[in-house]
Design a protein around this ligand. Structure first.
Ligand code: GCU
Length: 131
């Protein structure tokens, strides 16, 4: 199964906080990134992996897009994190990414002044190998 990296163990850029005031999250909390362009949440992860899945909530009416970067290179631009209906309603956004073996930095960076959605975790799905 996937390997989970909780957002409460991630690095949050200036102005962001680790919160626990909206129930339903995994672990002990979630990352509430600052409401600003460039606001980010960054995880150190270990590959290999074939997909990234982000747990999140967005209690507003508008999607909260982020650039997803691996080791400083954007691998998916302006990926929308759609409204979930409430801050206590958690959903997922996933992207296929060929992540090689070893340590990597995965960062999501807000592309709008709303900042990122509230981020709960990053799951790495194991690489699928042909048998
Ligand atoms: C509310 C909510 C926060 C959220 C914020 C936002 O303040 O309680 O958890 O991060 O909105 O709009 O980003």
């Amino acid at each position: 199964g996937p390997t989970r990296y909780e957002a409460e163990s991630a690095v949050v850029s200036e102005g962001g906080t680790i919160d626990a005031n909206h129930a339903g999250f995994s672990g002990t909390g979630f990352a509430n990134g600052a409401n600003a362009v460039g606001s980010y949440v960054e995880w150190q992860v270990t590959g290999p992996a074939s997909a990234l899945t982000f747990g999140y909530a967005n209690g507003t009416a508008a999607a909260r897009p982020v650039d997803i970067s691996v080791d400083g290179t954007v691998v998916a631009a302006a990926v929308p994190f759609p409204a979930t209906g409430a801050w206590t309603t958690w959903s997922t956004v996933a992207r296929s990414v060929a992540l090689p073996s070893g340590s990597h930095t995965v960062r999501v960076t807000a592309t709008t002044a709303d900042g990122p959605a509230n981020l709960d975790y990053l799951d790495l799905s194991p690489e699928v190998r042909a048998s």
